[in-house]
Every structure is written in C-alpha cells, then in structure tokens.
Design a protein around this ligand. Structure first.
Ligand code: NAD
Length: 307
C-alpha cells in the first residue's frame, strides 16, 4: 500500500516507517524537521520536508491510500508555555491534513493518540470505552481534540479512522530535545554515571510499551473500515522505581537518585487493557521490559557522545 507518514523523522514515526517498508509498503515521509532527525529517516522512504500547514500538502498526498499521522509537538511543559503554538501545530495542523485528505480522496487515517486522554483513570486496567478525563495541560487537550476531528471526518465524510492510544512508548531512537520521558533520561544518567532525575520517588505505575510492539499496531489495522479505537499497552503495570532497578541490574551498577519531588499533572497509575486490539487485530506485546530496556541501553551506548 502507498502510505504517507507524518512525523516520520521522529522517534515513533521513524520506527513505523521502517516497519512498513520491511513489509513491502511504499512510504512517503512528511516532516518539517522542527523536532525530528534526518538521520532517523529510512533511505528507502521518499522524504518531503514539509509542514502540515504547507499549501503543497494536497499535492504531496495525492495518490496515497492511507495516512499514518504522527506529526505533533509533544512536550507537555512546552505546551504550558506555548499553548497557541501547540493548538496551531497539532489541532489546526490535523484539520489541514484532514482537509487535504478530503480534497485528494485519501480517506484512511491512523492517528497517534495517547493514554493521556483518559486523564486520571477511575479504575485499572483502562478500557477504550472508559470515560475520557479532564486534561491538565494544552498537549492533552490537543490530543483529545485531534481525536475528535478524526472521528468527525469519519462521521461526516466516511473516512476510515483508527485511533491508537499509546501508553508509555520507549526504545532505541528516542532523541527528543528536550527529553522529558523517564526511560531515556534514566538510561542517559546511568551511562553518564550522573544522578538519576526522579519525580514522585518513582512510585507511579506505568505500562511501558516497546517501540517494535507499538509499531506493529500501526501495520495491522491498515485494511480496517470505519472507526476503531485501540489502547496499545502491555497490560503490565510496573512502578517507575522497578524500571530503574532493572536498568541498574542490566548495567551492573547504580547511580544516586536526584529526588525532584512531585510534578504537577502526573497521573499516579496508567495500565492498559489491550484485550480489544488483541482480539480484533491479533496484536500482542512480545518484548518484555527487561529485553526492551537492554536494547534501549545498547542504543544509547552506541551513540556518539556529541548527541
Ligand atoms: N513518545 C511518546 O511517549 C508518545 C506517547 C503517546 C503519544 N505519542 C504521540 O506519538 C506521536 C509521535 O511522537 P514521537 O515521540 O515520535 O515525537 P517526535 O517529536 O519524536 O516526532 C514528531 C515528529 O513530528 C514532526 N512535526 C511536528 N509538527 C509538525 C508539523 N506541523 N508538520 C510536519 N512535521 C511535524 C517533528 O519534526 C517530529 O519529527 C505524536 O503524535 C505524539 O503525540 C507519543
């Protein structure tokens, strides 16, 4: 299938693009490189450096059968400082993309959403039909609103829409700047033998999903018709401190903890029910946390020290 991937120079988009290419799909990557890395782009993909706001987007889109939409600004703290930029880039950018798709007759979209749409869950594991929760920051509002626009284009214009709610992705290639995600920051601190920055004393529970397993969730629904929403998580909750202990075990030493106290807006526990995606698409998480962390540590070890 000829697929256009937005945000394909980013952490998740570059993995998904590679997986699609490995499976014989034809991939066009659209990314403005505002946050992504040219080095992460697979040579086999066609790359167009363009923003979702660019008037040439319909011309780039024409001829594709599906869009996997991952382009987004993602840093929660930045979204609090620059809400208008986030609303413009993420929400208006998504609407422009949907309009360009309508114009060119590309009516299939797989959208990267987040478990953050559930707010503070009332029970665990979280099911797709559980109510969405109040948002604590502009990034979360952009995700819930982007979901709503995708749903609307299903309702009004018959788009095939798959919304994937990721839990906590991690893995090789995670090079956000600034990096606010726990796993890469822990691994970098450990490899540099520096104090490990930790909020909430590591007591939060998370469902860490390895990047290759997450990638598969984008390939399986490509032929679905209609509107579908899936959680993508391992259904295994671990505390952040447990993840740190595995990292310490894997490298064979410990570093001191830099106790950063509490961070406003963090949810205490997030664990997915993935029953729906398992049952309907035959998806399953295959990489356990220890194996995934080992691969992620190997990636960060292999990076030149300048990065
Ligand atoms: N990483 C996570 O933990 C996580 C969790 C849940 C959901 N998500 C979602 O997954 C998607 C990918 O996240 P990621 O971690 O790979 O982020 P990333 O920052 O690594 O990648 C996003 C890419 O989108 C590009 N981009 C941003 N705005 C653009 C625009 N207007 N036009 C063209 N390109 C643009 C950036 O340059 C970047 O390459 C995002 O939609 C994010 O909200 C990520």
């Amino acid at each position: 299938m000829k697929i256009l991937v937005t945000g394909g120079a980013g952490f998740i988009g570059s993995h998904v693009s590679k997986l699609l290419l490995d499976r014989g799909h034809e991939v066009t990557i659209v990314d403005d490189l505002s946050k992504g890395h040219r080095d992460l782009i697979d040579q086999r993909a066609k790359f167009v450096k363009v923003s979702l706001a660019d008037e040439n987007l319909p011309a780039v889109l024409a001829g594709h059968k599906a869009v996997i939409h991952m382009a987004s600004l993602i840093e929660v703290g930045e979204s609090v400082k620059n809400p208008a930029e986030f609303a413009e880039n993420n929400i208006v950018g998504t609407v422009r993309l949907l309009e360009a798709m309508k114009k060119t007759g590309v009516k299939k979209i797989i959208f990267s959403s987040s478990a953050c749409v559930y707010g503070i869950p009332k029970k665990l594991p979280i099911l797709e039909e559980d109510p969405l929760g109040e948002q604590e920051n502009p990034y979360g509002i952009t995700k819930t609103t982007m979901e709503e626009f995708c749903k609307l284009y299903n309702k009004l214009f018959g788009f095939d829409v798959v919304i994937l709610r990721y839990f906590n992705p991690y893995g090789p290639g995670e090079l956000h700047n600034p990096e606010t995600h726990a796993i890469p920051n822990f691994i970098k601190a450990v490899l540099e033998k520096k104090p490990l920055p930790l909020f909430w004393k590591g007591e939060q529970t998370r469902d860490f999903i390895y990047i290759d397993d997450l990638g598969e969730a984008h390939v399986l629904p490509l032929n679905l018709k209609g509107l579908h929403i899936y959680n993508v998580g391992t259904e295994t909750g671990v505390t952040v401190m447990d993840a740190i202990k595995i990292i310490f075990d894997l490298v064979g030493y410990e570093v001191p903890i830099d106790d950063l106290g509490e961070r406003k807006g963090d949810v205490p526990s997030l664990v997915a029910s993935a029953e729906k995606i398992k049952k309907e698409l035959g998806w399953e998480a295959k990489v356990d946390l220890e194996e995934g962390l080992k691969k992620t540590i190997d990636f960060f070890r292999s990076l030149p020290s300048s990065i």
